[in-house]
Write a new protein. Structure first.
Length: 94
């Protein structure tokens, strides 16, 4: 009986670990995926590939982001759009 219980426990543990491993983290909330995206964006901002992001490179990235948010070119965007872009810099459209 003890072997049967142990076998059942191992089977349940295996099933749970498999289902947990198969579950995908939300890329908008998973810290590891957010950091990976931030690193990708920082490397993209480093246009001269010196391993550093200069103020000029940072401002260019911000200007490009602004152009994407301000689609109607009014020079302003709703606070909700700005907040979404600050929180989820990887979101393609505001």
């Amino acid at each position: 009986m003890h072997i049967r219980s142990l076998s059942l426990a191992v089977a349940v543990a295996a099933a749970l670990s498999t289902s947990l491993a198969m579950a995908q983290a939300d890329p908008k909330t998973d810290p590891n995926q957010l950091m990976a995206k931030a690193m990708e964006m920082a490397k993209k901002a480093d246009t001269n590939h010196d391993g550093m992001v200069s103020q000029k490179e940072w401002m260019k990235m911000a200007e490009d982001r602004w152009k994407m948010m301000d689609k109607d070119k009014k020079g302003m965007v709703p606070v909700s759009v700005a907040a979404k872009n600050m929180l989820y810099m990887d979101v393609g459209a505001p």
